[in-house]
Design a protein around this ligand. Structure first.
Ligand code: XMP
Length: 319
């Protein structure tokens, strides 16, 4: 794609021009955006880049290991794996308000970054995989006032507080353009095609209080659901799919016993840019088979619902 080839060359030129012989820290989340940013910057300045992967304990099943092996082992990009799950989950304990949860996570991210930035000799720049839709923090509904729906975890305050200059090579791009750029940079298709994953991670898919128990249940349910979607060949038709664990236990019956376990909600949407979305019209067979599998394979869940809300009026994530 000539457009992305040109964009890549121009972006590399701009990164070199901005950074000079300075050192860049890049926050890696494991998602497509920060990964494309990291590979692009690595191509521009090589070992002047150090990636910091903050593991907040809110990642999906096996996700941390996959990120580390891809960047450190496959791409040879210097990577600090900061396992800070104790810290994050400790601070989140007892918190159930969505904005409070987002703010706690955002603030801890800054703290953790500062800690690691200070450990990297001479770091001057902070790279982020911020996209154009992330830049538009406020959404204006037609006729209504401009309101902030959710405080975004990956923008605002971070570089100033750390005394670092910002490098945001994806700032003008929409999601599909980032994917094209990633392909241009040689990232594997399976990785490029991954659904977006939010900075606050599973925290915003666990409405109400976050506990380790709920997170473990959620990870397993989500893995079964995504496996079902892949098995049925639907993954690439869907913009984003995930499971949310609901803050409610419901009564069920299994074998000849009573159960009293959590309910979960499956979410799957189609979208162009994440700004608006429609729920995905799964067949009843698919939904039935998936519900049966989750209930049989995930201890702690005894009820499965499918979220058929579009955006607007819903948002894609539950918080
Ligand atoms: P909502 O829930 O606002 O989500 O409809 C739109 C898209 O943005 C993702 N999302 C986030 N991504 N940091 C991110 O990097 C965040 O704080 C955040 N909140 C939502 C969400 O997964 C969806 O793709």
């Amino acid at each position: 794609d000539w457009t992305m080839k040109a964009y890549r060359e121009e972006a590399i030129r701009l990164i070199r021009e901005q950074v000079g012989d300075g050192h860049v820290i890049c926050g890696l989340s494991g998602g497509v955006d920060s990964s494309v940013a990291a590979v692009l910057i690595h191509e521009a300045i090589g070992d002047q880049l150090t990636c910091v992967f903050v593991d907040h304990g809110l990642l999906r099943l096996n996700e941390a290991d996959e990120v580390v092996s891809m960047f450190r082992d496959h791409y040879n990009i210097p990577l600090i794996h900061a396992d800070e799950s104790e810290l994050f989950l400790g601070e989140l304990e007892g918190q159930s308000d969505p904005e409070t949860k987002r703010k706690i996570i955002g603030k801890l991210f800054i703290d953790v970054f500062q800690k690691h930035a200070n450990s990297i000799e001479g770091a001057e720049f902070l790279a982020q995989g911020t996209l154009y839709p992330d830049v538009i923090e406020s959404v204006s509904f037609s006729g209504g006032p401009s309101v902030t729906i959710k405080s975004h975890h990956n923008v605002g305050g971070l570089p100033e507080k750390m005394g670092l200059k910002l490098v945001e090579p994806l700032r003008e791009l929409f999601k599909d353009e980032v994917r094209a750029l990633g392909r241009e940079l040689g990232l594997p298709d399976s990785f490029i095609g991954r659904h977006p994953f939010p900075g606050p991670g599973l925290a915003i898919r666990c409405p109400g209080e976050i506990t380790r128990e709920k997170l473990d249940i959620l990870r397993l349910a989500d893995a079964v659901y995504i496996e079902q979607i892949r098995k049925h060949g639907l993954y690439d038709e869907i913009w984003q799919a995930f499971c949310a664990i609901l803050p409610v236990r419901t009564v069920g019956v299994m074998g000849d016993g009573r159960t009293y376990d959590f309910a979960c909600a499956l979410r799957a949407v189609t979208s162009v840019d994440g700004m608006t979305a429609d729920y995905y019209p799964f067949s009843h067979d698919f939904l039935g088979e998936t519900a049966t599998r989750i209930i049989n394979e995930v201890p702690g869940i005894n009820r499965v619902t499918y979220d058929i809300t579009s955006k607007p009026p819903g948002t894609i994530e539950w918080e």
